[in-house]
Design a protein around this ligand. Structure first.
Ligand code: NAP
Length: 341
């Protein structure tokens, strides 16, 4: 395993992190078997993965992790969770954090993330206000001082959101967890690299396999398995067929290198300077093993460039500023959003 450092005093996180949305969120991912999850967590921690991501919004995921991590040395694990909702005042955040700590059976989390900013065009009534940014800053600062969190983070914050935080906020908020893969490049925008360098902030890539699409196991015409994939625009036409062209190139490169498409897709993500870690969701040991091994594969520069090129070309079919989950993915809705065929 290889590791990255996040935060100014240095929190060492594995380049492949274990995402646990599917562990507890039955609505999104169907039922899980706890004995199997225990094996997955044990395998991860025994094989160099020290970074685990969850959220209060992932059904029973926090509670399940609380049980599965029993017996491990707490300081050997970097545990990240998230707070949802739209109120970021210290008292509210602290109360919600305490509930997470109770479920996780721990005295602190290493990374406490704001799950989503308020966005009027999505599911909120309003956008972020000046007060919201200040509240997040103050909450993270105070929770760190109290030793309840080691660092603060945000998630799904665009560059224009990040720019609204007061300067001192970046002494406390050190990561932005965002969708980032060969099939989702919306956070790879002009200015973001400089901004992160200046603020010493790193991004964490979520859905780095585009919820399984980049593994090559879903072809156009095959149905996605889970509700979250069905509501993901990538699994719906006319996007799916275009995404498949990228997957075909990933598959060709994988064959040439004698590795799997998932490994090529993950290695491409962790090769990006801005990304500290790729958070991959899996409930299968054989997949986890494959994902961990991706860290050590070598993709020659010419292939990395080709991947970059095809992924940017694919992205040009979308209008800027889109989110991955649309919910109602009918061809009519997608056309109205401005997705090109
Ligand atoms: N901050 C946010 O708003 C946000 C949003 C989404 C996700 N996340 C975080 O990111 C994590 C990962 O994202 P995600 O689950 O949406 O997408 P993902 O990691 O890109 O894909 C997960 C899917 O890929 C499959 N998979 C994993 N490794 C595989 C392999 N080697 N070969 C074949 N299939 C493989 C998994 O199935 P198997 O179980 O069968 O392996 C699962 O269906 C989540 O668990 C969560 O922690 C955060």
């Amino acid at each position: 395993m290889k590791y990255s450092i996040i935060g100014r005093d240095g929190l060492k996180v594995s380049k492949i992190a274990l995402g646990t949305w599917s562990f507890g969120s039955v609505n999104a991912w169907g039922e899980s078997n706890i004995d199997n999850l225990k094996k997955v967590v044990d395998y991860a921690l025994d094989n160099g993965v020290n970074f685990i991501d969850t959220a209060e919004g992932y059904g029973k995921s926090e509670e399940i992790l609380g049980k599965l991590l029993k017996g491990y040395e707490r300081e050997d694990i970097v545990l990240a969770t998230k707070i949802g909702g739209k109120v970021f005042e210290y008292n509210v955040v602290k109360e919600r954090l305490n509930a997470s700590l109770k479920r996780l059976k721990t005295k602190y989390v290493d990374l406490y993330q704001i799950h989503w900013p308020k966005m009027k065009h999505l599911w909120h009534k309003e956008d972020m206000t000046k007060k919201d940014y200040f509240d997040i800053y103050e909450s993270m600062k105070r929770l760190r001082e109290e030793g309840l969190i080691r660092y603060g983070g945000v998630s799904n914050f665009r560059l224009h959101h990040l720019k609204e935080f007061p300067e001192d906020a970046f002494n406390h908020i050190v990561t932005n967890q965002v969708p980032y893969s060969l099939l989702w490049r919306f956070y790879d925008v002009e200015g973001v690299a400089n901004f992160c360098k200046e603020k010493e902030m790193k991004f964490l890539a979520y859905s780095p396999l585009a919820q399984g699409l980049l593994t090559g196991k879903f072809r156009p015409g095959t149905s996605p398995l889970y509700p979250t994939q069905r509501s993901n625009v990538l699994f719906n036409e006319p996007v799916f067929s275009n995404a498949w062209k990228v997957v075909e190139i990933v598959t060709e490169i994988a064959k040439d290198l004698d590795v799997t498409p998932a490994q090529v897709a993950l290695k491409w993500v962790i090769e990006q300077d801005i990304i500290a870690s790729a958070i991959v969701g899996t409930r299968k040991i054989e997949h986890l093993k494959e994902n961990i091994e991706a860290v050590d594969i070598n993709i020659p520069r010419k292939y990395l460039e080709r991947l970059n090129e095809v992924s940017l070309e694919f992205q040009s079919m979308f209008p800027t500023g889109m989110e991955m989950w649309i919910g109602n993915n009918t061809p009519d809705t997608l056309a109205k959003i401005g997705i090109r065929k």
